[in-house]
Design a protein around this ligand. Structure first.
Ligand code: UT7
Length: 329
């Protein structure tokens, strides 16, 4: 029955731009420090009242349109997010309602910055099993409410956004197009290196947790950096080996957009020139699980990638959780 195809992609980004110059007014930082250490120049921030499901629905609608399908005919909506509209119910059901896709399966999953690759893998498994024919996978994060805007170590890095892809069975006519493989990993011994300590069952919300600013992202940046370069590279190399490919077979790499120096480190490990990587980090910062699908949608729109191209995706985030995927578009 062929491989699972990415039939359409979309993105949903807030209009408001927060520049490095804006951040200079908020914390003790500078445009030159942020650009030099991260490559980020600006990021998008939601408007008051805007939610994860709003951005996700926009991304999903565009993905359905480009795939040429009516959202009402979706069989399943998978939303990868660590920033749901609320703890209950799943953000995916709000996306379903906003898309008018009533009745289909809809659920959230959390694998932080690796979430879109995990989502692709789960969606692909449903399709390969014959259970669903039209699966929408969305990566969405509204990180701005969980960022400590007084902490310069983290607030310069993240942004809000959503990206989506519609997955369908390729059929025999698709030839070697489609999702070739996904490789998924996690290391829970590193759970403390990046996370939001309070607001869950381990540390329920209280006046004390609020006073201690424990509802915000806390990160050991250097530790994340080290593991990101190492594990994103290893996962990418494993994917190539698994498919009997060499790095020269790859047209474009979509690496998680967290830090330009991480991407450069991965490029070095893969012995690839940087121009093989599609980069939109300067405009959006780190949008966690939305980063790869936003990049994919923009790369397609810009004609930087096209049907028939071989893509290698790799990402790492909180958990640590990480993974890679190989797709022939
Ligand atoms: O998706 C995964 C999510 N997370 C990541 O990808 C983050 C991975 N880590 C990183 O990207 C980098 O570790 C950072 C960008 C967070 C930090 O870069 P670094 O080169 O590792 O800097 P550092 O932590 O070693 O800090 C160097 C200095 C420190 O000052 P002292 O202690 O040397 O005086 C920091 O306090 O830079 C200081 N610093 C800043 N200075 C100006 C930290 N943040 C800032 C800032 N502006 N925004």
């Amino acid at each position: 029955m062929g491989r699972t195809l990415i039939a359409g992609t979309g993105r949903g980004l807030p209009e408001r731009v927060l520049s490095n110059a804006d951040l200079e007014q908020m914390v003790d930082t500078s445009d030159s420090w942020i650009v030099e250490r991260t490559g980020i120049r600006e990021r998008r921030i939601i408007a008051k009242g805007q939610t994860s499901s709003d951005l996700a629905a926009t991304a999903g609608l565009h993905a359905c349109r480009k795939a040429g399908i009516d959202p009402a005919t979706l069989d399943c909506i998978i939303v990868s997010t660590v920033t749901p509209d609320s703890p209950l119910p799943a953000t995916a059901v709000h996306v379903q309602r906003k898309l008018g896709a009533g009745g289909c399966a809809a659920f959230d999953m959390a694998a932080a910055c690796a979430g879109f690759i995990y989502g692709l893998s789960v969606g692909d498994a449903f399709i390969a099993r014959g259970q669903f024919k039209r699966v929408l996978v969305v990566g969405v994060e509204v990180l701005s409410p969980v960022i400590d805007w007084e902490d310069r170590n983290t607030c310069v890095l993240f942004g809000d956004g959503a990206g989506a892809a519609v997955l369908v069975p390729g059929g025999d006519a698709a030839g070697d197009r489609g999702l070739w493989s996904t490789h998924l990993y996690a290391d829970g011994t590193m759970a403390d290196a990046l996370g939001i300590p309070a607001g869950g069952t381990a540390l329920p919300a209280s006046q004390e947790t609020v006073a201690q600013r424990l509802h915000y992202v806390k990160m050991n940046g250097r530790e994340v950096f080290k593991h990101a370069v190492r594990n994103m590279s290893r996962a990418a190399l494993t994917a190539l080996e698994h498919n009997g490919l060499t790095i020269t077979d790859v047209d474009t790499v979509l690496a998680h957009q967290a830090n330009m120096r991480i991407v450069e480190g991965v490029a070095k490990q893969l012995a690839l020139p940087l121009d093989k990587f599609f980069i939109n980090l300067p405009k959006y910062g780190n949008t966690s699980s939305a980063s790869i699908p936003i990049a994919l949608d923009e790369a397609l729109e810009a004609g930087r990638v096209k049907q028939g191209d071989l893509l290698l995706m790799t990402a790492l985030g909180a958990g640590f959780s990480w993974g890679s995927a190989v797709v022939r578009l």
